[in-house]
Design a binder for this molecule. Structure first.
Ligand code: HEC
Length: 148
């Protein structure tokens, strides 16, 4: 009796372990993805990414420098979407102060957008301009604006 129960348990554990391996861990990533965000367009390979600098004020300060240089022309020095080069853009650059982007999206999503740009808008891809580390510091800077 107890032996067969043990076998059932071992079999179950084996099945769970095997499916986690077979799906390349996607099953696990899916379970632990930030569930409060609904981001169907976010590519699978970005979903499991986490901001290595989350909440780090030094990283935010560094990211601010990149933002002022690369992003402020469109998104504005105050990140409210009103940069000097924003005039006439349709859609207008995202407003990180009063717009919904940061509230509605994960750091992984913001990182993905910075990395690959946004098709059909003036938002360029930054992959190859700022490296991944720099892009995460920008995400950290934008996050630090929340509630300000
Ligand atoms: C040439 C102008 C321009 C520059 C430079 C620019 N952006 Fe954008 N950005 C846009 C526009 C336009 C959008 C589209 C807004 C929309 O879809 O409503 C956008 C959208 C975004 C979004 C939101 C995408 C979404 O899902 O709606 C993020 C995040 C973003 N930009 C970050 C950045 C960062 C960080 C930089 C600098 C590294 C940057 N942008 C530089 C024009 C620009």
């Amino acid at each position: 009796m107890s032996l067969s129960r043990g076998r059932v348990l071992i079999t179950l554990i084996a099945i769970v372990a095997a499916s986690a391996c077979l799906t390349g861990g996607a099953w696990i990533h899916h379970r632990f993805a930030e569930p409060r965000f609904n981001e169907p367009e976010l590519p699978q390979e970005f979903r499991a990414l986490r901001n290595p600098f989350a909440g780090d004020p030094n990283a935010a300060e560094e990211g601010k420098g990149y933002f002022l240089k690369g992003c402020a022309p469109c998104h504005g020095p105050n990140a409210d979407g009103h940069g000097p080069a924003a005039r006439g853009l349709d859609p207008a650059p995202a407003d990180f102060r009063f717009g919904p982007i940061l509230r509605e999206h994960s750091d992984a999503y913001v990182f993905w957008r910075i990395t690959e740009g946004k098709h059909g808008t003036a938002m360029p891809r930054w992959n190859g301009v700022y490296d991944a580390r720099q892009r995460w510091t920008i995400v950290t800077y934008l996050r630090s604006l929340e509630g300000k």
